[in-house]
Design a protein around this ligand. Sequence first.
Ligand code: FAD
Length: 390
Amino acid sequence: MQFNFTEEQQAFADSVRRFALTHLEKDALRRAHDPRYPFDVAKLMSAQGLMGITLAEADGGQGGTLTDAVIAIEQVAAICPRSADVVQFGNFGPMRTFAEYATPQQKARWLPDLLQGRMVMSLGITEPDAGSAATDLKTSAKPDGADYIINGSKVFSTFSPDAAIFLIYVRYGPGLGGIGSVIVERGAAGFTIGKPSRFMSGEEWSELHFDDCRIPAENVLLGPGGFKQQIAAFNVERLGNSARSLALGRYAYERAREHTLTREQFGRPLCEFQGLQWKFAEMAIKLDAAQLLLYRAATNADRRLPSAYETAVAKAACNQAGFEVANDAIQAMGALGYSSETLVEYCMRRCRGWMIAGGSIEMLKNRIAEHVFDRRFDQRPPRAKPQAAE
Ligand SMILES: Cc1cc2nc3c(=O)[nH]c(=O)nc-3n(C[C@H](O)[C@H](O)[C@H](O)COP(=O)(O)OP(=O)(O)OC[C@H]3O[C@@H](n4cnc5c(N)ncnc54)[C@H](O)[C@@H]3O)c2cc1C
């Protein structure tokens, strides 16, 4: 067992840090308050080899590992928290699921633009009546000659105001086995993108409406029965979510630590008050513990898809640690931490959302409990027992 980076990992981390200091540090505050996807950052990252780190070289990726991609998020977020979203998109988001299951034709058509930062993709799973119970989704895909006709609505999709293509979970038929996914392009007939709404984080999302939206059969990503494959790939997205939670918690912690070393009250630096020392000790324990769980899930997966259990444990730990630490960092910095002149309050708002997005902490705990007891716990109400015949 080893708890240090290898020489190559350390060299990679150093190179990403240098890149972030040179290109991302200057506008970090402005970027955090801009709701739109930073295409300029995506292009810079593409040139630096930070998009498609885990994708095969044949697909235009770097052939690296999930741990490399986690390192990239950490190093970028330490300098510019908002730019970590681009590392997420380029390595963990729907693009990773797409690259896993797309046909050679689909890859040739969309991957170059996605990997070179010219295009962003949005993921549509959640519907007004299907949140945590994602398999209740109703958006339908019905074959019609050489096409499919899509009907339904999606909500809360990240990057939806900026995306050129959408990976949409659809229902071809009843039950779990009827679920799969399609790619819908912005501008497709019958596809309407609503006015942007705003999350507490400042990010925007738009309602997506499909009214007899016609797409060619070549846009099917996974046919009926694809749900399990999609969710397996979604564990990669969850690790990216975990990495950002932790990295933004650590960003807030570092700013608060620096502040506490220099800010004086009652004639002495704040770090000399035991009430704050213990707060920072607890913050350090939470960050380190969550980080080890994240590295375990990422390292054990390497180039494969990560384990559902290790991912659930890592995400729950990182989401909790990120939010609690960022929240404590605000407290330690007083009004300055609460002000939008620092990125500490931004980190807290972003971390709050990741406790809900991509599998809420409660749903992750349900998954962990199934592993603990080695049995399935159905979340749906028990079916009424058939009445015995008189
Ligand atoms: C920042 C952000 C980004 C997002 N991005 C996307 C995206 O890109 N694409 C997309 O499709 N969706 C996205 N979502 C939506 C997200 O996936 C859903 O919000 C999530 O699945 C929860 O669904 P819900 O909000 O409808 O809450 P509900 O499912 O209504 O749940 C409400 C509360 O009840 C709890 N709960 C529900 N069921 C159980 C249970 N069985 N046991 C215990 N507790 C339970 C939940 O944990 C939650 O706390 C995003 C959300 C956020 C906040």
